[in-house]
Design a protein around this ligand. Structure first.
Ligand SMILES: Cc1ncc(COP(=O)(O)O)c(C=O)c1O
Length: 465
């Protein structure tokens, strides 16, 4: 069964009442959208009832809705905007490029410069093939792996998100038993081996049983969802060993972690080099774009001459918007700023202060939740199962995969997000948020004040003890 959708129970809820009262234009916009868009949204994560907010402007760490309210933003363009919204340098370069043309239907030098930056920064990147999204990048990485190994099985981890294509559409928010979600053919699901994160024995057993047939293993290298369920470093080391021993391709899905955990992504920080890396989000500077990068011999399956020289059939790959000049321009500008400035260090430092501040608020307010995360992220564990938690010493590793995932439809998590919006902060759905280099001390104060206020609102309506 699917978990209940993100519908907030409005019965006797001053939080919902306050949210509805201050967002009448968003409510109206949502009603209009529902007549034309399924569920009124264009991305599942934006679905929340009574209605989402409609945004008309964003700059730096802030955005403004159509009712005129400003929010400290922790959506960060679903993680694409580590420099904040509308970074002046990125905007200027994209505007210049816009005037020079948006699509040449031809090669351009920007794509080579863009690939050069990726190869310089990401340890595993020897060659790059651009796509239009992260979903397409993981799809291509899997196809490359299957073609290179001549094998069919594909190993991945419960809760790890790799986009929405058929191979990765189950075992993420539900169907943890590996059965296909509607529309996915059973034969495809049967070719996926699902392993629980941090279960070293389960991982070794999966390779012992299927190793000879596994084409690739794919993983979010800091754990699912920006590290919501963190991974032990040793677990990834075992995965590297097992893939090597069994001749399977190791794919790091760095769509989120690329250019975020470090300039070279999670792989540089971990000191573990995968065979293929999938990238998107930050890589394209807030415009649509993705890439597969990695071992030359694997990417060469896309090269007509090299494939022929190796006596293998080339893999087909098209895509109208692959490496389009606008995305390439935004990507180059963003990656150069990350490479040449302290944007990343500032973002990490802000996120650490935010986590510490949030922890302090939980302690002072006496709430049995956890505030945690690594690199640029904050995660708020709202403790759906009422565990005995001391927020001062909360350790997500002790809770584990099954406990850390906040079920969709969890009223405390949903009401927290609405209350935070009432208090001027837009959290990502986890709940939590990726931080950006644009967040500053004023944003920090505002966020922590909003968190305290939201906790008190939740307590007043008896959602928390
Ligand atoms: C780890 C990871 N992989 C892949 C994707 C899919 O990327 P896109 O939304 O660009 O298709 C996402 C998107 O959030 C992601 O977080």
């Amino acid at each position: 069964m699917n978990a209940p959708p993100n519908v907030v129970d409005a019965t006797n809820s001053p939080i919902v009442a306050a949210y509805v009262a201050r967002t009448p234009r968003s409510a109206q916009a949502y009603e209009a959208a529902r007549r034309l868009l399924p569920g009124g949204v264009t991305h599942d994560v934006r679905y929340i009832r009574p209605h989402p907010i409609y945004v008309e402007h964003a700059g730096g760490a802030r955005k403004r809705d159509i009712d005129g309210h400003e929010y400290v933003d922790y959506q960060g363009g679903h993680g694409a905007l580590i420099l904040g919204h509308a970074h002046p340098e990125v905007v200027a370069k994209v505007a210049e490029q816009l005037a020079r043309g948006t699509h040449y239907g031809a090669n351009h030098e920007l794509e080579t410069r863009w690939a050069g930056l990726i190869c310089d920064m990401v340890p595993s990147a020897e060659l790059v093939r651009f796509t239009s999204s992260g979903t397409e990048a993981t799809m291509m990485a899997l196809r490359l792996s299957r073609a290179a190994t001549g094998r069919q099985l594909f190993l991945r981890f419960r809760g790890h998100f790799h986009g929405w294509h058929d191979h990765v559409a189950f075992g993420v928010v539900n169907h943890f038993d590996g059965t296909p979600t509607p529309g996915v053919i059973p034969e495809l699901a049967e070719n996926v081996v699902l392993v629980t994160p941090n279960d070293v024995d389960g991982l070794r057993a999966a390779f012992a049983e299927h190793g000879h047939a596994i084409a690739a293993a794919i993983i979010e290298p800091t754990g699912s969802n920006y590290g919501q369920v963190p991974l032990a470093d040793d677990f990834i080391r075992v995965l590297r060993e097992e893939t090597k021993r069994h001749g399977a391709v190791l794919i790091f899905d760095e769509v989120v972690t690329g250019f975020r955990v470090s300039r070279g992504g999670a792989q540089a920080a971990l000191g573990i080099t995968p065979d293929l890396t999938t990238l998107a989000k930050i890589m394209a500077g807030g415009l649509p774009g993705g890439a597969v990068a990695g071992r030359r011999d694997l990417l060469e399956l896309l090269d007509p001459e090299r494939a022929e020289a190796r006596g293998i059939e080339k893999i087909g790959h098209q895509g109208t918007y692959n490496a389009n000049p606008l995305s390439a321009t935004a990507g180059i500008a963003t990656l150069e700023l990350i490479r040449d400035t302290d944007a990343l260090e500032r973002t990490h430092a802000y996120a650490a202060r935010l986590r510490e501040g949030a922890r302090q608020v939980l302690v002072e307010e006496g709430v049995a939740w956890g505030a945690y995360g690594t690199h640029t992220g904050l995660h708020l564990f709202v403790n759906p199962n009422g565990l005995a938690i001391d927020p001062a010493s909360f350790d997500p590793m002790a809770v584990g995969f099954a406990g850390l995932k906040i079920p969709r439809g969890n009223q405390v998590g949903l009401k927290l997000r609405l209350a935070m919006r009432v208090n001027g902060v837009d959290l990502a759905a986890w709940p939590g948020g990726p931080c950006s280099a644009a967040h500053d001390e004023t944003d920090l104060d505002r966020t922590l004040t909003a968190l305290r206020g939201s906790i008190r609102m939740l307590r007043e309506e008896r959602e928390i003890a």
